[in-house]
Design a protein around this ligand. Sequence first.
Ligand SMILES: [Zn+2]
Length: 122
Amino acid sequence: MTVLSTIASAADNPWDMWNTTTNPQTAGAFMGVAIVTCLIFALAWFIIWILVAIWVYKDANKRGKNGVLWLIIVILLGLIGLIIYLVVRGEKTEPSRHCPNCGRGIPEDARSCPYCNKKFEE
Ligand SMILES: [Zn+2]
């Protein structure tokens, strides 16, 4: 109630709201409003981020990638992780596997290199 009454009294003289150095009570109310606003934004951002993470997880699985791995990358690296994912995701035609013998891009399920005929152990 103190916060609300302080805001009400500050509303009588709006300039007091910004005069935080001489009126510590108003400063406290202003900080309270700022913190609540920050929390609402943080919560909204958090929900959006969860939705993005779920989308990355599903999208990665759909493309035959490791969904859990990308989920962790996006959560840990945040926006940078998402950008990395979008870049990697865009290169759909680019093979992620390379021949250890000649270094060329080869299909994910290839048992031997189509270029140098090198056989793989797996
Ligand atoms: Zn090769």
